[in-house]
Design a protein around this ligand. Structure first.
Ligand code: AMP
Length: 419
């Protein structure tokens, strides 16, 4: 039997209501902050991701879906969105028309990771990017937006983790310090961490190996070595979050997996989704636009994992969505009334009612069962003696009340059902 590819999932009709609700909340909150939606292609030239995310990162090093197309170009299914947004921003000179651009997106992403709870190979992210200012107001705004979305979904068990990575200059000095410190315990580090010692030393903080974490306990932290400007901006971000009643904690180990971050980085984790607890992550990337060939333009943004968020909602029972229903189900008592039912359904649908009926010539009892399955608010019976005497019987399924309505008075049915 053919099956969906490992690490990918169908989103079935029974789950769509929750997805749409999440998308609606995302769109409403971003729109309230005047972020504009952007949609970019599913694949890009591989070089875009290699140059932005960083050759040494897990994403570029081992997780990308890369293929050579018939024109012999190396293409990659997008593993994240910031690089694509920045590429579009540069390509369409968006910075020329407007000095500050605020974007949001909702999109599938692709990473060849080991599938497990909270980790898929095709997953979905929503996110925001603000390009054009170094103001820490935007760092705070971005965090507030995603916090509002998550708390708007009723999630309670949330922790905002905050750190600052400073600018590359101060980071280089710090990396040397850290390397010196770790060299002393090099033999005790895990194989992966030893590799990172030379390639991407900051990522050692991401290690899940307990003995690595033990060693790191007494390591110097980047936050204590960042430059003056980053420190001042960090204070502003913290104060703005405090004044907006967003609880946060400083996590000096939060280095994030992508190379392009500068200054503020953050993650929001949920206590309700197991080991893959990060619901979103983001931060500032002041050098990325320039690095990809654009005019120097600072930026800040985040991406949030939609599967994980919906999983958290399920675990916290936080979404009380109304039961889905339809307005009207038409039941025919007489098989030869099919084309009449067909016509009537079209008429009522034109009146903006959600209408369905039986296509399988089933018994009245089976049609009634179907109406209940669809949670129909009203049922309209067509046929039998009443129909012969020019009437239709409309039943309110909530109250059980029935009403006879003249065959020439369909608009009354629309009015009654619409409420
Ligand atoms: P990142 O782009 O790696 O910063 O990830 C941002 C968010 O996307 C994470 O916090 C997760 O919620 C989500 N995410 C990342 N990778 C995956 C994945 N493989 N499967 C499901 N969600 C993911």
């Amino acid at each position: 039997m053919l099956k969906a590819i490992t690490g990918t999932k169908d989103i079935l009709p029974t789950e769509i209501q929750r997805w749409k609700y999440l998308e609606k909340v995302v769109e409403e909150i971003f729109t309230g902050f005047n972020y504009k939606e952007i949609r970019t292609p599913v694949f890009e030239e591989t070089a875009l991701f290699a140059r932005s995310i960083g050759e040494e990162t897990d994403i570029v090093g081992k997780e990308m879906y890369t293929f050579i197309d018939k024109g012999k170009t190396s293409l990659t299914l997008k593993p994240e969105m910031t690089a694509s947004v920045v590429r579009a921003f540069i390509e369409h000179s968006l910075g020329k028309y407007q000095s500050l651009n605020k974007f949001f997106y909702i999109s599938p992403m692709f990473r060849q990771e080991r599938p497990q709870a909270g980790r898929q190979r095709q997953f979905h992210q929503f996110g925001g990017e603000a390009l054009g200012s170094t103001s820490p107001l935007l760092d705070a705004e971005i965090i507030i937006i995603v916090y509002k979305i998550l708390s708007g979904l009723g999630l309670k068990d949330l922790t905002v983790k905050l750190n600052s990575l400073g600018v590359p200059g101060s980071r280089e000095n710090y990396k040397n310090l850290l390397r010196e410190f770790l060299n002393d315990s090099k033999d005790k580090l895990s194989g992966d961490s030893r590799k990172r010692l030379d390639q991407n030393i900051l990522r050692i903080f991401d290690s899940k190996v307990e003995s690595d974490q033990e060693i790191l306990k007494s390591a110097p932290f980047l936050i204590d070595y960042i430059d003056e400007e980053s420190r001042t901006d960090f204070e502003v971000v913290k104060n703005l979050l405090k004044q907006s009643n967003i609880p946060f904690e400083i996590d000096p180990k939060l280095v994030r997996g992508l190379d392009y971050y500068t200054k503020t980085t953050f993650e929001i984790v949920s206590g309700k989704v197991g080991s893959q607890s990060a619901l979103c992550g983001g931060g500032r990337y002041d050098l990325l636009v320039e690095q990809l060939g654009g005019e120097p333009t600072p930026g800040v943004g985040f991406a949030a994992g939609m599967e994980r968020i919906l999983f958290a909602c399920e675990n916290e029972q936080s979404l009380n969505l109304p039961e889905e229903n339809i307005d009207l189900y038409i039941i025919k008592l007489d098989k030869n009334l099919s084309s009449k039912v067909f016509d009537l359904a079209l008429y009522f649908r034109k009146g903006d009612l959600v209408v369905d009926y039986d296509y399988l010539d089933r018994s009245v009892k089976a049609q009634m069962r179907e109406a209940n399955k669809f949670n129909a608010r009203y049922v309209l019976f067509i046929g039998g003696d009443e129909f012969q005497s020019g009437k239709l019987n409309l039943k309110n399924m909530g109250t059980g009340e029935q009403k006879l309505i003249g065959l020439d008075n369909y608009s009354e049915i629309i009015n009654l059902v619409r409420k």
